[in-house]
Write a protein that binds this ligand. Structure first.
Ligand SMILES: O=C[C@H](O)COP(=O)(O)O
Ligand SMILES: CC(=O)C(=O)O
Length: 208
């Protein structure tokens, strides 16, 4: 799966940290019901890898990737678990080399011009902007459009219902990532209907 196809699956990309891998499948189905056919299941919790494995085996129609992939070892484990792609909060040559070696698409996080240069010098033109609002939000994305006209972003970190359109309207933004429509508290109490509604609310609020 190439990075553009991944970033065009859904305008909103859920960043998920699961406490219990048993929640992965009902969550995946709730997201699909809400119109979101992509999951970034992070390796922030011990349940992450198992959750990726469950979704990739039990619900192959869901595009499941790993998040918070910070080094080669994480990337190899995520691929083995069935991740179709990997996201990282940052960028490093180690991770870029590992993604090439393992032939799995990496969408790294960037927050500075130097990091964007590292990405594009390695033929990576699809990145997260992370943490999006803290690193400069809409204004930094507008500034990046000048020197880096081929670079495309998925701003993540601080995105919510109030600002998602400010990001999605930008030419260099294909989608946004976040947790506001997959709240941990609702997952823990298995309120998956609420997650479907939050997805629909977000998608219906998109004006671009
Ligand atoms: O770690 C944070 C996620 O990548 C995005 O989080 P947030 O949508 O809650 O700001
Ligand atoms: C923030 C993010 O993109 C990640 O944890 O992978």
């Amino acid at each position: 799966m190439n990075a553009r196809d991944i970033m065009e699956i859904s305008p909103i990309v859920p960043v998920i940290a699961l406490e219990d891998e048993k929640d992965a499948l009902p969550l995946a189905k709730a997201l699909q019901k809400g119109g979101v056919n992509i999951m970034e299941i992070t390796l922030r919790t011990p349940a992450g890898l198992k959750a990726i494995e469950i979704v990739s085996k039990e619900l192959p129609s869901m595009n499941v990737g790993a998040g918070t992939v910070c080094n080669e070892e994480d990337l190899i484990k995520a691929k083995k678990a069935g991740a179709k792609f990997v996201f990282s909060p940052g960028i490093s040559q180690e991770l870029i080399n590992a993604s090439k070696k393992e032939e799995i698409t990496l969408i790294p996080g960037v927050a500075t011009a130097s990091e964007v240069m590292l990405a594009q010098n390695n033929n990576i033109f699809y990145c997260k902007l992370f943490p999006a609002t803290l690193s400069g939000g809409v204004e930094i994305l507008k500034a990046f459009a000048g020197p880096f006209p081929k670079m495309n972003f998925c701003p993540t970190g601080g995105v919510n219902l109030n600002n998602l359109n400010d990001f999605l309207i930008l030419k260099n933004v294909l989608c946004v990532g976040g947790t506001w429509f997959v709240p941990k508290d609702e997952i823990i109490i298995n309120n998956f209907e609420e997650i479907t509604s939050l997805c629909k609310e977000a998608i219906n609020s998109i004006k671009v």
